[in-house]
Design a protein around this ligand. Structure first.
Ligand SMILES: Cc1cc2nc3c(=O)[nH]c(=O)nc-3n(C[C@H](O)[C@H](O)[C@H](O)COP(=O)(O)OP(=O)(O)OC[C@H]3O[C@@H](n4cnc5c(N)ncnc54)[C@H](O)[C@@H]3O)c2cc1C
Length: 422
């Protein structure tokens, strides 16, 4: 069933699959070009700012402060069509995107479908250790954390209370560090005084890292600084030990059983199934290898960008899975599409590495900006200013800023709601 669409000029139909960082960056440029007929397909109706998702998961921000309807961001233009649907495949020879039985024709295709959680061959752990990728994940994690405190308050058995008040975060990358720090602050400060039978400040928060140090993509001194700041918040950091079992009762790490009611997964990512759609061999992380101009070999009409793809920089190393990489790649694709329509050839993608940042907690973050290494309050202020600046709407910037100021002054959080049931 080929898609029924109004008459579309041949040669100018661009279909973007995925409206995350990469897809949205390309779409926002191409939507302004009247000569392009743009279709954006995403299985969700919203574009999500993942770097602040951990704050939704720990009751600091509400979902609309970090997500915006795609239709609103791109809407109102006669050359743009937004479809909320799940892409299931690509017919390269017919140049059509498959959504079940429905087919969307393209002249240029941009695949930007991001990544999913990887449990390193232990998918059976997923129900016990949810990961953080979507708003649904964040709301479910918030529910698990807050429900554990509620159940502990009602629990008369000391051992059970101990298990309920133990939260394990698996994975010491930026997401794991940010989650662990934020959960520790939630327990020590935001929930302080809210319960009669338990002291939330006595909750155990453990961060498990299989590698030798936290924040491995960061310069080493910043890893030790982040670890020291986490420990000051009361987080127990276990390095050099991998999780070998995970179930409803807790986790096993380096032979030790840790009873825990809440286990959160921040350890691994696997790319979307785009390699299978395109019939190409993926790398070990499931990503689609592309040429330096971000196209698929022998298919200059297909771009694969962001976390779904792998492309090496001038130093021969693949670009990291960062929002900035996806964003710059999206804009590069838009420029290439426009250059081709103007009769010019492709150019290789060049990543401008402005640095990396990770939040640890109140007045504490680490940052590498160019060659400068920062930590503590200055890095924390820079993290806040940069992230506010990256939010896509003015309303969200005001909302997030006022929420942060209120939280900073009161030590409280504005979205400590348990919604839904497990
Ligand atoms: C919790 C968390 C925190 C992070 N923090 C940072 C940070 O601080 N700094 C940083 O630089 N990076 C951070 N990242 C990484 C960054 O968010 C990713 O590198 C970036 O989002 C990749 O962009 P993308 O466009 O490839 O994919 P995404 O932004 O993930 O977008 C993929 C889109 O594709 C859609 N999609 C997927 N499959 C389909 C399908 N079959 N059909 C239709 N639509 C589909 C999804 O709904 C989604 O909208 C973080 C990631 C997470 C999960």
């Amino acid at each position: 069933m080929t898609d029924l669409v109004p008459s579309r000029p041949h040669g100018r139909r661009v279909v973007i699959v995925g409206a995350g960082f990469g897809g949205m960056a390309a779409a926002r440029v191409l939507a302004r070009q009247k000569t392009v007929d743009l279709t954006v397909v995403d299985r969700r109706n919203h574009h999500l700012f993942q770097p602040m998702l951990y704050q939704v998961a720990t009751g600091g921000l509400a979902p609309p402060q970090v997500a915006w309807p795609i239709r609103r961001l791109l809407g109102g233009r006669s050359n743009v069509r937004v479809l909320m649907d799940e892409v299931t495949g690509v017919d390269k020879s017919a140049r059509e995107v498959l959504i079940g039985k429905r087919r969307i024709p393209y002249d240029t295709l941009v695949i930007a479908t991001g990544a999913a959680h990887s449990y390193f061959g232990h998918d059976e752990w997923a129900p016990f250790a949810p990961g953080l990728k979507t708003l649904e994940d964040a709301i479910a994690i918030r529910r698990r954390i807050l429900s554990a405190f509620e159940q502990a308050e009602a629990c008369a058995v000391a051992d059970d209370r101990g298990r309920l008040l133990t939260i394990v975060v698996v994975g010491g990358g930026p997401t794991g560090v940010e989650l662990a720090g934020s959960i520790a602050e939630l327990a020590r400060f935001a929930l302080a005084g809210d319960f009669r039978c338990i002291d939330p400040g006595e909750a155990r928060v453990l961060l498990i890292q299989a590698g030798p140090r936290l924040l491995e993509p960061f310069p080493e001194p910043l890893s030790w600084k982040a670890e020291a700041d986490l420990k000051r918040l009361g987080v127990e950091v276990r390095r050099g030990a991998a999780v070998t079992a995970c179930d409803a009762g807790g986790v096993t790490v380096g032979g030790e059983r840790i009873p825990a009611a809440t286990v959160l997964w921040a350890a691994g990512v696997a790319a979307s199934p785009a390699a299978a759609w395109l019939g190409v061999a993926a790398d070990r992380a499931g990503r689609v290898p592309t040429l330096p101009d971000l196209t698929l070999p022998d298919h200059p009409e297909i771009f694969v960008i962001g976390d779904t793809s792998v492309v090496k920089g001038a130093d021969g190393r693949p670009f990291p899975g960062l929002a900035a990489v996806a964003n710059q790649q999206g804009r590069h694709v838009a420029k290439t599409v426009m250059a081709r329509l103007a009769g010019r050839g492709p150019a290789p993608f060049r990543y401008r590495d402005h640095g990396v940042l990770a939040m640890v907690g109140r007045n504490s973050a680490v940052a590498r900006i160019g060659r400068i290494h920062l930590s503590g309050r200055l890095a924390w202020v820079i993290w806040g200013v940069l992230h506010i600046g990256l939010l896509v709407s003015l309303r969200s910037r005001f909302a997030v800023m006022s929420e942060w100021i209120w939280s900073y002054l009161t030590y409280r959080r504005g979205a400590q709601l348990i919604i839904g049931r497990d």
